[in-house]
Design a protein around this ligand. Structure first.
Ligand SMILES: Cc1cc2nc3c(=O)[nH]c(=O)nc-3n(C[C@H](O)[C@H](O)[C@H](O)COP(=O)(O)O)c2cc1C
Length: 182
């Protein structure tokens, strides 16, 4: 039996930049500490917008939890269902979540009741201010009845800035410990 903690990390940046670097680094540290990790880059996924039909909630019992759209979401939702801990990372756009992150959250509608009891961490990167982004992620965890473990935030603008930030290694270590201790 596989008793390793499974941590799914999701980057909601449309570019290979700071959020992705942080999640990649976390994934490596968590793996090194013995966790089973899966890194999902939303920029590489085909994800339609939620149409708001709510069929995933209102259809007959056998059809509940299923979205009628044909894209990459079923595979991603399966990863979420298997996760013990979910780490959502977003660049800050107009002091909120990126569109990619928000749309992914909306498309978890078919499975959100089964996220109850899981753990979640939030990551946000902004040029000068995190704004509401981490509160948005915490709120999502609360709506889904997940335990919000905490956040990692960093200020960076250009894509490689996080990798040069001397305060990041310490933040990564502390956040890794937080995710593993739960
Ligand atoms: C559309 C857009 C809106 C942004 N809004 C903000 C903002 O409100 N506050 C801020 O500090 N940075 C803002 N930024 C800067 C990004 O948060 C910053 O460049 C960050 O490093 C992006 O993360 P990434 O490299 O993971 O994509 C914005 C960038 C874009 C493209």
């Amino acid at each position: 039996m596989n008793t390793k903690i499974k941590i799914v990390l999701i980057s909601g940046s449309p570019r290979k930049g700071n959020t992705e670097y942080i999640l990649e680094s976390l994934s490596k540290l968590l793996k090194k500490a013995g966790a089973d990790t899966c890194l999902i880059l939303l920029r590489k996924c085909n994800i339609c917008f939620c149409t708001g039909c709510l069929a995933c909630e209102t259809r007959t019992k056998s059809q509940q939890g299923i979205c009628k759209q044909k894209d990459d979401m079923p595979e991603l939702l399966e990863q979420l269902k298997q996760a013990d801990t979910i780490v959502l990372g977003t660049p800050v756009y107009f002091e909120m979540l990126s569109g990619l992150t928000k749309n992914f959250i909306d498309r978890t509608c078919p499975v959100w009741p089964s996220l109850q009891g899981k753990k979640m961490g939030g990551v946000a990167v902004a040029e000068e201010g995190i704004g509401q982004a981490l509160l948005n992620l915490k709120q999502y965890a609360e709506v889904c009845h997940m335990k919000y473990l905490g956040s990692l935030e960093l200020l960076a603008k250009t894509p490689k800035e996080a990798s040069r930030n001397t305060s990041l290694p310490e933040k990564l270590t502390a956040f890794t410990d937080l995710l593993l201790q739960g």
